[in-house]
Design a binder for this molecule. Sequence first.
Ligand code: AMP
Length: 927
Amino acid sequence: TGLYKCACLKWEEVSIMDEKNIPIRTYQVCNVLEPNQNNWLRTDWIPRSGAQRVYVEVKFTLRDCNSLPGVTGTCKETFNLYYHESNEDRESYIKESSFIKVDTVAADESFTQVDVGDRIMKLNTEVRDVKVTTRKGFYLAFQDVGACIALVSVRVFYKTCPLTVRNLATFPDTITGADTSSLVEVRGSCVNQSEEREEPKMYCGADGEWLVPIGGCLCNPGYEERGGACKACRAGFYKAKSTDPGCAKCPPHSHSLRDGATICDCHAGFFRADTDPPSMACTQPPSAPQQLISVVNETSVVLEWTPPHRLGGRSDTSYSLECLICQTGSHSHTGGRFCAPCGSDVLFSPGQTGLTTTRVVVSELRAHTHYTFIVHARNGVSQASGAGAAQSVSVSVTTNQAAPSPVSSIQATDVTRHSLSLSWQQPDRPNGVILEYEVKFYEKDQRERSYRIMRTFSRSVDVTGLNPLTVYVFHVRARTAAGYGEFSTPFEFSTNSDPFPLIGEGVNSAFLLLSVSGVGILLLISAAVFIISRRRSKYSKTKQDSEEEKHLNPGVKIYVDPFTYEDPDQAIHEFAKEIDVSSIHIEKVIGMGEFGEVCSGRLRVQGKREIYVAIKSLKAGYSDKQRRDFLSEASIMGQFDHPNIIRLEGVVTRCKPLMIITEYMENGSLDAFLRKHDGQFTVIQLVGMLRGIASGMKYLSDMNYVHRDLAARNILVNSNLVCKVSDFGLSRVLEDDPEAATGTYLSPGGKIPIRWTAPEAIAYRKFTTASDVWSYGIVMWEVVSYGERPYWDMNNQDVIKAIEEGYRLPAPMDCPVVLHQLMLDCWERDRAERPTFSQILNMLDKLIRNPGTLRRTGGERYLQYPQAQYWSQGWWSLCEWLQSIGLERYRDTLAAAGYTSLDSLLALTHQVKIKHKTRTKQKQLRL
Ligand code: AMP
């Protein structure tokens, strides 16, 4: 139903039986005897309902012309499918010319006889897709040009990426894009009770498959992920932060009564400190410290106790000490005595508050005085528990009688040849009434071997009978009823040679000693610092040297950066041959380079055969810098000599325009070449190309050259499928480039081909051979996917983000598993983990020698055979091809066996193909 017969009514609606004997309606036409048939059948208007690409599945049967006698020249075995976009849902007449052809459809299976009794019906199913974007709907039409067809069914559909939940974000059912390679960017919305971790995004691919999820959501506090949704934590469980992995059981001494708890409440009598995490058990304040004991030593007291019996489940118990000075009285809360806080001159060691140890020495107390010490224990929840007054234990002590403290300084008030007058201050803590002072002195040279003692009630003394010009050492101590205190430290004074007195303060010998030794130590330290800093700088220099040396591979030629030459012309003449312009014949323009046109032509140098060359010229009106940049590529290229690096023939610098002449690569750049021949090569051929590129890159890395812009667009291909690395323009990477507009070379602070570049090179411009290896992995992907754009049309920012999140390009269609694994190895985040080019080369060689290892793929392309057009004639191409796949050592064996051209080898592959069909795989594998 719904199909219109048009014009000449040659299509007929007929009922037939299908294979299962069920009656079906078909449209049939079979005017095979008459020439120039043009019979049309069209559908109703089909609304496009938002689709941009629709698929038309046609089921039909078709009669084989050979089985019909006398129809030669008039009978056809195809029909044409057309469409016409329209907003009109009831167009009664549409001109033939308004229809656009989708395709000519042929049958896979035609049948030779119509025998209803035998029910031989060979049903063909063909699917075609077409972009419909301009109108609200469309019509389809079938044009018969003289075949014998029965149209059994027409199914029209479009593809969607189905509604899905990924990383807790919902992505709606999304219609795929208009083109087979287009990706539709879709923003997800967080599922109920979740919040965005990072904007959730995914791409809907043309096949209706979701690709590259980025970002996502996290369940809110109190909720956890279960089966792609956020479900409330059950009673007894909680989740405090959205970033917590899931609901957790309430910690000890806490509970949650309702679903969706973000924290558990403490049981009665248990508490949580402000700084306690929700995952910590609820705790209690400590009980009082235990077994407080005191030991009095004159005017000091040592207090010791043991930790509380109950720590409340915490480990942050601390102690503080309260010190009260008490007089006997009736008002006190401490045993009938009146107490007041001790003065600030009392010393506590190691401290008075925040103590984590259980021993304190209290000193500088008054002698003969009553004190009460209270030790408080507290922890993190003492405050929260409301028990602000911490649990405590106390002890009362009375200090002993104590001798006075030492005199702290002595001054000489009068100095003569034979006498010294000294005075001093009362000790800081006399601890009672001072009854007298004792002065002990001796000549410094004598040490204490003989000394004299003088006693005095006052705080001064005149010492007489001394030798002139002699240093004396003095000590003073005080005495109370409790006895003598300690002597003071020594003070030195010298008698005079002069009749005139010298007045000055005593110098503490210890200080003197310290000062002298201090200067010595300072000198020593300076010397040490000097020596160490000298050593350090030597060390770092050595390290640097060794780092630099690490790259220098003895015996291998090292690349020289032409920019290290002050005069660029000197570099170019060192590395490139000047060619006389008369020996060049330009033939045609083949491309556009950064500095001007690229042409192909011929070069005939005297005494050599004529060769095809590519000629790059520098367009007129260039600046000095452009000239230098243009020639730098030749100065770089001229240093290389390898079959997989584009060969420099020479330069023209003596006349204008300036030219760079290189070997001619017939198939141009690799990316365009692969796109043009999508699906036409065998895996071995693709691996052969990759091997060539890896070999060129190994050579460059051995020479210490970092390419920085390795990509399929910068690989050139010659007529024998040999791939060569090109594009050594430094300026391209560092400066403005027309590609910047297309987004290939975008990055802040310089142009970087984002999709091809390793993350460390993007992040902090760390370009190394290892970053070239990353790019090589991308080139592998480009090659195996026949020139697909890496990361399709994702934008650069998304690519960077996806890589950062660990996303890597998936295996292209039919890509052998080993090759994709090698790509993934090249894309290791840690650059030290990536393979070297030499390892890549070995790996590819192994694969080429054992093609069986390439067999595991996701698809069908493996057992295809080389297409004849890429096998050019002759022995040369055979040699070059063998070399490109690393099998040149079989050259003589093949020659001996009579295979002297690629054609003869192709014949062998056909033989093998035939044998393969008869299950003889041996030869194929060996090849
Ligand atoms: P380039 O400036 O090197 O990127 O060259 C621009 C374009 O010219 C390339 O994409 C190639 O298509 C073409 N081309 C450059 N060098 C050669 C060559 N040696 N042989 C053939 N085509 C070339």
